[in-house]
Write a protein that binds this ligand. Structure first.
Ligand SMILES: Nc1ncnc2c1ncn2[C@@H]1O[C@H](COP(=O)(O)OP(=O)(O)OP(=O)(O)O)[C@@H](O)[C@H]1O
Length: 267
């Protein structure tokens, strides 16, 4: 007998969304299973962020359903939605920290604000999370003293300190050089291992996608046209997948040939 599939944690069923006359999502079906990391790919403007905003209830579908751990978000009142959102750790582009608080106090903020835990426990949880992201030594620094990669890791630490079961990442490596990108990749992998979280990741960087994804999904013309394990995705014969991967490889090769570029050579 084959093993049953892990349960669906995020489910979009026939989701449509338009802004005025512009249809962005035209019947999205997508399932992210417990403990897995799904990377959502698609060209700029294809609607990846719009899709993700449906998962945390910031946007509501014109048609179709969004379920988080089996709960249909459209049936929840404000209290129910807040309860579901507490299961989510969200890392959007430029995940802002409070400038006037140290790294440690930034990470402690949601614990103090929402849980009112004893200070000893706050400190021990913050220390543990900072160790996961390799920032123990920087706990007392202000955000202004951190590099771009460190800022991302601090924002990530704050997103995971509540130990969410579901992590949403919108372009976590935006604007980072290859070395810092790698440190964020490691942080994403750490989050998965330490929290056994289920994750949905948006990245335009296909190399990152293949490193962190248990599955890759391509959003094309408002629908998910392929969603499969990386090895299957790579060989997909869907014309949109072929075009997407070809375009990325071409851009990467062009970058690698440029003398000023720090991008790694294609393999
Ligand atoms: N609140 C909104 N009102 C009107 N149009 C919107 C709104 N949010 C998104 N859009 C439009 O929806 C389309 C998809 O945007 P989205 O940000 O989801 O793309 P994306 O795939 O995440 O792009 P990128 O990779 O460049 O971040 C764009 O044309 C955008 O202008």
């Amino acid at each position: 007998m084959s093993k049953p599939e892990p349960r669906a944690v995020i489910e979009l069923v026939g989701v449509h969304k338009s802004f005025g006359e512009q249809p962005v999502l035209r019947g999205v079906d997508l399932v992210v299973r417990e403990g897995s990391t799904c990377v959502l790919l698609g060209v700029s403007g294809s609607g990846k962020t719009v899709l993700m905003k449906h998962v945390d209830g910031l946007l509501t579908p014109d048609q179709g359903q969004v379920r988080v751990e089996g709960e249909d978000l459209s049936r929840l009142d404000a209290v129910g939605l807040a309860r579901v959102r507490r299961k989510l750790g969200i890392l959007f582009q430029g995940g802002a920290l409070f400038d006037s608080l140290s790294v440690e106090d930034n990470v402690a903020f949601p614990l103090r604000e929402r849980l009112g835990l004893p200070e000893r426990e706050v400190r021990s949880r913050v220390r543990r999370v900072l160790a996961w992201v390799g920032l123990e030594e920087s706990a007392s620094l202000l955000p202004a003293a951190l590099s771009g990669g460190m800022l991302k890791r601090a924002a990530f630490a704050r997103a995971i300190v509540m130990e969410p079961r579901i992590l949403l990442y919108d372009d976590p490596t935006a604007g980072l050089d290859p070395l810092k990108t790698q440190s964020v990749v490691e942080v994403i992998l750490t989050g998965k291992q330490q929290l056994n979280a289920s994750s949905l990741v948006i990245t335009p960087d296909v190399a990152t996608a293949f490193q962190v994804g248990d599955s890759l999904a391509l959003l094309h013309e408002g629908r998910i046209v392929e969603h499969s394990a990386p090895s299957v995705f790579r060989e997909s014969q869907h014309p949109a997948v072929r075009a997407f991967l070809h375009d990325w490889l071409t851009r990467r090769a062009r970058h690698a040939g440029h003398p000023d570029s720090a991008a790694p050579a294609p393999h």
